[in-house]
Design a protein around this ligand. Structure first.
Ligand code: FES
Length: 81
């Protein structure tokens, strides 16, 4: 099994280590997980699934908590609006 996987974050291809959470992949890519109603970029805060600050669109599914999801080959991640 390869030690890395390729994912797409906001249209850009990224290589990440297997076992990396989507939240960490977003941070490494310097991308917000979502944009707040006041227009601010938001990112993971608690890292354990309780704050919901890390919500993003993962494989087309809205409001996924990215701190709870491991990156998989060919996964797509988009910043939520
Ligand atoms: S960082 Fe708090 S729920 Fe994901």
């Amino acid at each position: 099994m390869p030690e890395t996987c390729t994912i797409t974050i906001n249209g850009a291809t990224r290589q990440v280590a297997r076992g990396t959470t989507v939240a960490v992949a977003l941070l490494l890519a310097e991308q917000p997980s979502r944009i707040s109603v006041t227009g601010e970029g938001r990112a993971a805060l608690c890292g354990m699934g309780t704050c919901f600050e890390c919500r993003a669109v993962v494989n087309g599914i809205l409001h996924r908590r990215t701190c709870q999801i491991l990156c998989e080959q060919a996964m797509t991640v988009e910043t939520s609006r």
